[in-house]
Write a protein that binds this ligand. Sequence first.
Ligand code: NAD
Length: 484
Amino acid sequence: MAVSDVKLKHPDRLFIGGQWVAPSTDRRFGIIHPGTGELALSMPEAREEDMERAVAAARRAFDQGPWPRMSQGERNAVLLRWADAIEARADDLANAYSTEIGIPISTTRYTAAALPGILRGAVETARAYRFVDERPATGGKALVTREPVGVVAAIVPWNFPASLGLVKIAPALAVGCTVVVKPSPEAPLDLILMAECLEDAGLPEGVLSIVQADRDVGDRLVRDPRIDKVSFTGSTAAGRHIGAVCMERVARVSLELGGKSAAIVLDDMDMAQVVPGLTRMSTLLGGQACMALTRVLVSEKRAEELEAGLAAAYAAIKVGDPFDPATQMGPLATERQRDRVEAYIATGKAQGARLATGGGRPAYGQGGFFVEPTVFTHVTSDMTIAREEIFGPVISVLRYRDEEEAVAMANDSAYGLNGAIFTADQDKFHALARRIRSGTVAQNAIGPQAGLPFGGYKQSGIGREGSPEAFDLYTEVKTLYLAA
Ligand code: NAD
């Protein structure tokens, strides 16, 4: 497998309303392979007119088409056929993800293999979901029903596009919504390959569009009164803007945003056991993961031991060609992202944090957007690298005096997405985890999993995806009063 193996069935067309149609202009996006900095392939870029067609098709399909009115079993059958077709294209999906974002092929094979499970999981959830709940009411009874929210705009970031797209598309389609997906221009390939997999699934016309476009066209989508609900994953800055636009017209909105998640390491742990899991959970997708554990809080007593272990583990990470199965970390996704991460490293040094390892560019991969896995120690909560999301392979170790201070430090963040407490003591875990203000807290290095709620407190977002709770995001509640 290599970059050149990515083949699109319709390289000059856009996927609008379930059809492969000619774009309104001849503008194209270049997909740059971050491992080399070279152009891998190009794709048509959607403009306002194309987005207009996608929204009109979705609105028509919702208001007049069969999809919202089909039985749950019929919709489930379509989703299951789609899951099977995606499964058959797993190698292509892995290859495309490594091409556009530079995530190592060993990881992208794993994430591609998990995609059908997102659709199958949504079908399972739909079978068990309470679409109708009978409740007592004065003079008769009430049926509390859940109906599809309508036309959904799903806006997806570049770091994990197929999975983050599908966790929106799957529940939305399962409940009967129609969907317009806007992938990010850096990473539309995987979502377009998944659209190709729909060919024989039997999805009615208009129900799904996947329209790669820039943020200005995305902004038009968010403002369009025909869109009932916006489901956004991306940066907190963009989410804040999109949330405000939606509130202006009282559109439904859910936001999955950034993170600066803390791992509290308690003294009962053997640091040699902490290091591998912590390294894994802090370097997910080369650190370009919203859920990454990027602030490590350790007691003054045990700090040196953990810092030395983390520095050794980070220094040993095999950085290299994303298509080499032995590579553990690839480049950053874009040149802009590499520049951003390097600027944070410079700020960390300038503000007095100490570099335990990394901080520069590795010998491998000139031309690509590589950064060395980097560990900062002696970081304090007021430093920029402890407060802002870096979105790269940079971890900050902070020292606490006692557990009270550790909890306060973990919560001293604008974000509240993920978290971990490394301890063998179950009671201690429960007591401390309840005090952490974040959407997920794991004992040791267990990562968030599809099928269980995921989302943020505070500026990490609004709403929970990847679970039955996600169905609430794509439904409206209607109460029917029945006379006795
Ligand atoms: P981004 O906010 O720049 O862009 C995300 C998507 O939104 C892209 O498709 C972009 O084109 C679009 N967009 C941006 N501004 C828009 C606007 N005004 N109107 C409509 N669309 C707009 O984020 P990114 O750089 O692509 O992704 C990285 C960020 O995403 C990080 O902050 C990361 O933490 C976050 N993220 C969060 C989660 C989560 O589940 N909480 C998951 C992955 C990534």
